[in-house]
Write a protein that binds this ligand. Structure first.
Ligand SMILES: [Zn+2]
Length: 77
């Protein structure tokens, strides 16, 4: 497999953190995806896409156990 962005074949499975927005909140979801080590492009397979979709729904329905990891802050100009 070659990266469609930079044509590198340096692609490995890595654990990354996806951010799912839920209202005003951001939920960090760890997933394993293929990552181009050259440019950082992430490649999601069908299973991962479905998992993220399902997780988003489960978060909306409050079916996921969540723990706080920090604050989301907004800067005022
Ligand atoms: Zn790349």
């Amino acid at each position: 497999m070659k990266c469609v962005i930079c044509k590198s074949s340096d692609i490995e499975k890595r654990q990354v953190e996806e951010e799912i927005r839920s209202g005003q909140d951001i939920v960090i979801v760890p997933v394993e995806v293929l990552v181009c080590l050259n440019c950082g492009e992430r490649y999601y397979d069908r299973r991962t896409m479905r998992f993220l979709e399902e997780t988003k729904t489960r978060i909306a329905n409050r079916q996921v156990k969540l723990s706080p990891v920090g604050k989301v802050l907004r800067a005022t100009a």
